[in-house]
Write a protein that binds this ligand. Structure first.
Ligand SMILES: Cc1ncc(COP(=O)(O)O)c(C=O)c1O
Length: 390
């Protein structure tokens, strides 16, 4: 092994995902014969819908394995645009749709296109940890704004206006959010958009958990205008995490620059994944995905009161994604250690707040309900037992 390797300052700043360490440890315990209840995993436990798998297999059989245009397979871009029309009543030019290797690819492109060294990007804390890193990788400065239950763990127009400085060039929100599952109120999102526009910045809205909402049907930020970026993915609602295919909708004027950049960074997104993803919008898939959405809602409705009954405080009922972000300060004063003990002693894997920022991470733990109800019940029994015996 090389000892003194040269790493860029940029890379040295990147924190690991602590949940990955926990997951590795959980797998190690399982390999040794322990049973582990997984409530740490941020991906659906459901397999990719069968029609999508068949379409991917057919594409492989037909030899559709070559590079595609950098902004995506035209037919898929059309299907994505048609989805916005049928589901959200929004007319969208397919030329504004850019298909990317997961929404992670879209995040990388959008930051590269918008941010110059020294520019700051406002993000929420807690929030999806990679966002900070995407900003830093292009020399930008992520400015984390602490958010709590009073604002549904989301940014508000007031918070954005207060935090805005001369070097701010973009604001990023996620709705529903990871780790809190909360949805940004439509009026508040419109107010944020107005502040950002007034100040000459750009709004980026991560809608990767779109479709996974459990109250009224969520909308899309695209309804606010054509000057913002919307990021989305086939990973979560469509159950295609490992296929690595996502998309973004860009303001028209940015498309040539994004095309140029995508050609250079990715050449194109996986051809097989793109042919397969077309099928994700079929009638058959849509009804299956809605059944899964109902299953997630049932899990949330079970797990939330069960955890609250054990002393985990969940001040905002999350309306989306598949996460419960709990305040565990009544039960411990170090969530990282608590999470480790839950794994080692109780055999329950969770994600400590430390993965999502610096805003009181020691008080928080994220539970993912990406496992079926009998397993969630088993997890709750184990946690109760662990708390009783401590
Ligand atoms: C809020 C959010 N954005 C983006 C991503 C990236 O997902 P993918 O690259 O699989 O589309 C994730 C993954 O967990 C996420 O939670």
């Amino acid at each position: 092994m090389l000892e003194n390797i040269k790493l860029s300052d940029r890379v040295n700043k990147i924190q690991p995902f602590y949940v990955m360490e926990l997951l590795a440890r959980a797998r190690q315990l399982e390999a040794g014969g322990r049973s582990i209840v997984h409530m740490e995993i941020g991906e659906p436990d459901f397999p990719t819908p069968e029609p999508v798998v068949l379409a991917g297999r057919a594409a492989l059989d037909q030899g559709l394995t070559r590079y595609l245009p950098a902004t995506g397979l035209p037919e898929l871009k059309m299907r994505i645009a048609a989805y916005y029309s049928s589901r959200y009543g929004l007319a969208l030019d397919p030329a504004r749709v850019i298909v990317t290797p997961g929404s992670s690819g879209a995040l990388q492109l959008v930051m590269s296109v918008l941010i110059d060294p020294g520019d700051s990007v406002l993000i929420s804390d807690p929030g999806y940890p990679c966002n900070r890193n995407f900003v830093e990788l292009v020399g930008g400065v992520p400015k984390s704004i602490p958010v709590g239950p009073d604002t549904g763990y989301q940014l508000t127009s007031e918070l954005v206006a207060e935090a805005w400085t001369q070097d701010t060039s973009a604001v990023m929100v996620a709705t529903p959010s990871n780790p809190t599952g909360t949805v940004l109120d439509a009026a508040e999102l419109a107010a944020i958009h107005a502040v950002v526009r007034e100040r000459g910045g750009v709004l980026i809205v991560d809608e990767i958990y779109q479709g996974l909402t459990y109250g009224k049907e969520g909308g899309t930020a695209l309804a606010l205008g054509d000057d913002l970026f919307v990021i989305n993915s086939f990973s979560k609602y469509f159950g295609m995490t490992g296929w690595r295919v996502g998309w973004m909708v860009s303001p028209e004027a940015y498309v040539p620059a994004i095309d140029r950049l995508a050609q250079n960074i990715f050449i194109s997104t996986s051809s097989l994944a793109q042919y397969a993803a077309i099928e994700a919008f079929s009638v058959e898939c849509s009804s299956l995905l809605e059944t899964r959405r109902a299953a997630f809602k049932e899990r949330r409705d079970y797990l939330l009161p069960a955890l609250a009954g054990l002393g985990f405080n969940i001040p905002c009922v999350p309306q989306g994604a598949f996460y419960l972000y709990t305040d565990c300060s009544e039960l411990c004063n170090d969530s990282f250690r608590f999470s480790r003990d839950l794994l080692e002693i109780a055999g329950v894997a969770t994600t400590p707040g430390k993965d999502f920022g610096n805003n009181q991470p020691e008080r928080h733990i994220r539970f993912a309900y990406t496992t079926e109800i009998p397993k969630l019940k088993e997890g709750v029994v184990r946690i109760a037992d662990f708390l009783r015996k401590r």
